[in-house]
Design a binder for this molecule. Structure first.
Ligand code: 6LW
Length: 502
């Protein structure tokens, strides 16, 4: 069996948690302010993954309506015990939520809020007699605010009753790493009779690392691995940086792998990652009872990918995401068969809940085009990091208007367009050079098609829509937006390919 290819999940899919059940593997990742939330992917070889569903598919499961950017659904742990899938997650501003299901594809239960668990990155583990341990990072975000210098209690643990959803004791402190900031992402494993506590520390940026300790039982005491950190890219020029927040899995052939987050950085100093934190994997061997993790490598670009969405199924496509609410609240594919109709509600991309039908950007070079009928409104295409950093091109009311908004900095270009219909286009290309030096990770070009001719209206350095400049836990998302009335989209076409690395 071949190794997983990297990235395993392209586009912002950070904080992976993986579990093997029989001959299949299931992978859960963070989803922040997007809905449906907490995507679940499935594989039978760790190499090919299929999106099989989401944990949060209906109102009331996640309360995201007013969460700030990058908050929402953080860092799940996915496990399987006694015939059920269990997923525990922190929703910043809502608490530590426990979901369960008989089928990973869903439907998942409504959440149980684990009272008294203040922290992030919860993990579930059961010992031989069925006691359930919840281990988590004691970062105090309970108030939903996330400011520098907030309290951190280190790695905490309580025994819980997962069925009743209650903690059975007061939290105790465990080994909290080697001194890096933000000890987090704990996962507890019983392997060959020993208990291992694996963490991330150093922060999810360039200092990120995985450290591990082992002990005689699930409560420790734990001794740190002499080779800590067992995985990091800090101080290296590897193409995948920020590696950390890992989860271990043993494949049916006996080989072990760590699934972790990483970023594909671009620019002269490898400073920017437009797709944000994605899922990667790396082989693990065991030496003297300690894991040895190979550095995360980046595979050569996969073949170019194209797909054409004609909205003919009569339901929103599986890629359709809403921002802090479900897209079905304002978009449908039934009102005009074969078209996506999006109804504006007075919001814009600068608001928390825009009428936008989005999808993660998954390739370094992408081109999205769409045929838009604006006879009853104004709308078009958008590319965003969040409500403060985005670009759009819309048609309607006699013009085509391209706009880029970066906090208080706004540029808008408008051209007369008498037709109600237009084919709009947003794409990324190689970074332009400044005096021979390539700028940023790419260039973003926003415009429309006049017949087969692309007419760019504005272009800008893609660094401004990157997870670093956005200081955002997410990466780019593209999609359709309505800014006035009702907008219909006949088709949307996506072309994507990763740029070669010299
Ligand atoms: C996640 C935590 C983290 O819960 O970011 O910076 C949070 N580290 O591990 C969201 O990805």
């Amino acid at each position: 069996m071949t190794d997983p290819r990297n990235p395993v999940l392209a586009g912002f899919h950070p904080d992976p948690s993986v579990v093997r059940v029989g001959e299949a593997y299931y992978l859960a990742t963070s989803s922040f302010e997007y809905l449906p939330g907490i995507p679940i992917h499935r594989s039978t070889d760790l190499r090919t993954w299929e999106l099989i569903g989401h944990v949060a598919t209906r109102p009331g499961q996640l309360d995201l309506a007013d969460v700030w950017t990058g908050a929402g659904a953080w860092a799940p742990t996915l496990r399987h015990h006694d015939g059920r899938f269990w997923l525990v997650i922190t929703v910043v501003g809502q608490g530590c939520l426990l979901f369960s299901a008989t089928d990973a594809a869903g439907p998942w239960s409504d959440p149980v809020v684990l009272a008294g668990v203040e922290g992030i990155d919860p993990d579930l583990a059961w010992d031989e007699d069925g006691t359930c341990y919840l281990t988590y990072s004691g970062l105090m975000v309970a108030g939903g605010e996330f400011e520098h210098g907030m309290q951190h209690l280190g790695i905490q643990q309580v025994r819980i009753d997962p069925v009743a959803g209650v903690a059975l004791e007061e939290p105790r402190s465990l080994w909290s790493g080697t001194g890096g900031m933000f000890p987090e992402a704990p996962h507890l494993y019983r392997i060959d009779g020993r208990w291992y506590l694996m963490l991330a520390e150093g922060g999810t940026e360039r200092g990120h690392a995985i450290t591990i300790a082992r002990g005689p039982g699930p409560m420790g005491p734990f001794e740190g691995c002499p080779q800590n950190p067992v995985l990091t890219a800090r101080g290296t020029d590897r193409p995948v940086q920020n590696t950390g927040h890992g989860d271990l899995v043993q494949r049916v052939d006996g080989r072990w792998f760590v699934f972790c987050l990483g970023v594909r950085t671009r620019s002269m100093t490898r400073a920017f990652s437009p797709m944000g934190r994605e899922t990667f994997a790396s082989p693990v061997t065991w030496v003297d009872g300690w894991p040895v993790m190979a550095p995360v490598r980046l595979d050569a670009p996969a073949p170019a990918e194209s797909w054409h969405e004609d909205f003919a199924d009569g339901e929103l496509p599986s890629w359709a995401l809403g921002i802090r609410r479900f897209a079905g609240e304002y978009a449908n594919c039934t009102e005009r068969p074969g078209w996506l109709v999006v109804a504006a509600d007075g919001s814009s991309m600068a608001d928390l809940r825009p009428t936008c039908v989005a999808a993660r950007q998954r390739h370094e070079r992408m081109r999205v085009t769409a045929l838009v009928d604006a006879s009853q409104g104004v709308g078009g295409l958008v590319l965003r990091i969040d409500e403060a950093q985005w670009t759009q091109v819309v048609v309607g009311q006699g013009s085509i208007r391209a706009r880029v908004q970066l906090h208080q900095v706004v540029q808008e270009v408008s051209v007369p367009w008498p037709s109600d219909e237009a084919t709009l286009c947003i794409r990324t290309d190689d970074p332009y050079t400044e005096g021979g030096r390539p700028a940023g990770p790419d260039t973003i070009i926003v415009g429309y098609l006049d017949g087969d001719t692309e007419v760019p209206l504005l272009s800008f350095d893609g660094r401004y829509l990157s997870s670093e400049v956005g200081e955002s836990f997410v990466g780019r998302a593209f999609g359709v937006v309505a800014t006035a009335g009702r907008v219909a989209v006949d088709w949307l076409h996506y072309d994507g390919v990763d740029a070669p690395r010299t």
